[in-house]
Design a protein around this ligand. Sequence first.
Ligand code: ATR
Length: 275
Amino acid sequence: MKKWYAVIGDPIAHSLSPFMHDLWMDEHGVDASYIPVHVKPARLKESFDALKTLGVGGFNITLPHKQAIVPFLDELDETAIIMDAVNTVTFDGQSYKGWNTDGDGFVRSLMTEQIALHEKVLIIGAGGAARGIAFALKRANFHDVSIANRTYQRAEELAAATGSEAITMQDAEKSLGDFRIIIQTTSVGLAEGEALPLSLDQIQPDSLVADIIYTPLETPFLKAAKEKGCRILNGVGMFVYQGAIAFEKWTGIRPDTEKMIHIITDKLGGNYVNR
Ligand code: ATR
């Protein structure tokens, strides 16, 4: 019988996941559909029960349900335990298991660039997104990772949990030239004209600067880094790879990610070649 998958969130209409998964299913000859489901927070439990009753094959979870879904799941993968948040649920016929593919999605995107594991990495921010990335970098064997955050204590806590170094924003600014890979995970500087989370004065032109955001495709932070001569990486790759990891868990098929990054970039009005 035809299988079906879903993404739940509030709001959900803007999600690009149905477009992406449907395309992959078509392309790889998977007889399945993927539908967006608008779920209000107060109805999360009953919506999950409905998905189960109707035979969902697996689903993604987006804001604001990533943490709220956790107590309802039968099992959690280590990635979900670390984050206390789930973006992907698989079903093996017996139990519904939660995973978090965001951090690994980011690292897979990063690995498409010309980088080496020994390079010095700076993560800016110590919130949920930074946590997923810091643990994923550790799993991928990056061994020189520093974390800078406005609230230094949060940087210290995340650094201690992941075997990284905590540094203050001021020290990160001063020593920015030492870092080859800089990852921006805060929501600061999202809007045009807003201040950047830290000054890029000391950055080296050959560094790789990544942002987890993909709308806009080029955040003010990435724009500033590009003007300094840095290579930049926006959040489209992270989005595509977090979905690709979920797709593979559901279907056993590794979907074509490179082509999808082009397609999503085009869809968002960008030009992949000139990114
Ligand atoms: P997410 O799950 O998207 O990472 P979060 O957990 O709320 O969201 O984390 C937001 C991150 O952005 C934090 O690192 C936060 O710094 P604090 O820990 O000091 O709050 C950072 N952030 C948010 N607003 C900021 C600002 N105006 N200046 C600097 N950092 C900011």
